[in-house]
Design a protein around this ligand. Structure first.
Ligand code: SF4
Length: 196
């Protein structure tokens, strides 16, 4: 049985683009752009702030999370607990995008936290640096199912070593791997191969 653990952040990247997941986590490629540099700076700041007790709310930063059941591992930016209820908060630069990739990362954190605390978590948040707002993420059955499907798809790539196609889309514009990936050229190669 393959027990390789999947980094929690991998669900975010896979959901954004399976080919991007493969480049980062299988081919060990990573290119910074302004978005990723801003994101790293934000995470470094979050990860050096330590623990806090704010009356009813207890906060812990930069804690490692793990799920044996779902083979997940990673680091949470911030976990809060209030009246015995835990919830994860993921920090992102920018503002909420059109896609659910950040939400999926929060669900993966919640799955780990549920296993570690033996509680049920039905809410989490993404904090967006540009708007300085927490976006609520409902850990509902749809999002849980998306996370399970994504975990399965990632495991399949890891086991079969099959490279997901680079498919050009509007997401490519903000992708730091654009110049390495050249998705438009790849699209043409894919279409040529499929027509053969
Ligand atoms: S440039 Fe586009 S196809 Fe290539 S990895 Fe990024 S999002 Fe995916």
């Amino acid at each position: 049985m393959d027990i390789d653990f999947i980094p929690i952040a991998a669900l975010n990247h896979y959901s954004y683009c399976p080919h991007r997941y493969w480049r980062i986590f299988c081919a060990s490629e990573f290119e910074d752009n302004q978005y990723t540099i801003d994101g790293t700076t934000l995470h470094e700041r979050v990860h050096t702030m330590g623990d806090l007790n704010l009356g009813e709310i207890w906060q812990i930063r930069a804690i490692y999370l793990k799920s044996e059941q779902y083979n997940l591992i990673g680091k949470a930016d911030l976990i809060e607990a209030e009246n015995g209820h835990f919830y994860p908060i993921e920090y992102k630069r920018g503002k909420k995008g059109e896609w659910a990739n950040d939400e999926l990362q929060v669900v993966a954190q919640a799955l780990c936290l549920e296993e570690m605390t033996q509680t049920t978590i039905d809410i989490g948040y993404v904090y967006y640096g540009q708007t300085h707002q927490r976006q609520e993420v409902k850990i509902n059955s749809n999002l849980r199912q998306s996370a399970f499907t994504t975990i399965k798809a990632i495991q399949e790539i890891n086991q079969t070593k099959k490279i997901p196609k680079a498919v050009y889309s509007t997401k490519c514009k903000g992708c730091s791997l654009y110049s390495a990936c050249l998705p438009m050229a790849n699209d043409k190669v894919n279409r040529y191969r499929e027509s053969e």
